[in-house]
Each structure stands twice: as C-alpha cells, then as structure tokens.
Design a protein around this ligand. Structure first.
Ligand SMILES: [Zn+2]
Length: 107
C-alpha cells in the first residue's frame, strides 16, 4: 500500500475517531461506576433508616410491656392461673402480696 497523502489523512481521521470512541467509553464507565456507588449508598442508608425505625418501635413495645401508662413498672409475670377469674394465662402478674392476676384483672 502506497502512503499517499489521502491515505495518511484517512488513517489520521480514523485514529482520531478511535480516540474519541475510547474517551466516550471511559466516560460511560466512570458515570456507571459513580451511579453504582450512589445507588449502593442510598440502599445502605435506606436499610439503616428502616432498621432504626423497627428498633425504635420494638423498644417502645418492650417499654409498654414493662411499664404501665403512668410509668410504674409492672410486677414480675409468668404463666399461671389468675386468682380472681380462675383462668389460665400465658402471662400472670405475681403481686408482692402473693396474689396472681391476669393482665385483664390487674388493670
Ligand atoms: Zn383474671
């Protein structure tokens, strides 16, 4: 192949186009990587927020189980028979005076 002027110009133009295509490809890769990192960070933040919400709700629930609405702690509880209504419950309060009351009779 003879290296005429037109051939050299054509090769230079093709090389320029190749370089531009490579730059566009690198740009797309960088944008994709940044987008991936941002999406991952957003996903982690969302999971952390949901976890915090669930934990706060379960903390409130546990507090409600241990403390009456007036802030006084409930007496120790275990499964047993209520002294007042005589039925068996999974949760019966054992009062300091020895009486056992179900949550319904206790309230
Ligand atoms: Zn009862």
């Amino acid at each position: 192949m003879v290296a005429t002027l037109s051939n050299i110009l054509l090769a230079t133009a093709r090389l320029k186009m190749f370089k531009q295509n490579i730059l566009v490809l690198i740009g797309i890769l960088i944008v994709g990587a940044v987008l991936l990192v941002v999406l991952f960070a957003a996903w982690v933040a969302l999971r952390a927020w949901l976890w915090n919400r669930t934990k706060a709700a379960s903390d409130r629930e546990r507090y409600r189980e241990k403390y009456a609405p007036d802030g006084q702690p409930y007496p120790p509880a275990a499964a047993g028979v209520c002294d007042r209504c005589g039925r068996t419950f999974g949760k019966v309060y054992y009062l300091p005076d020895g009486q056992r009351l179900c949550p319904k009779c206790f309230a």
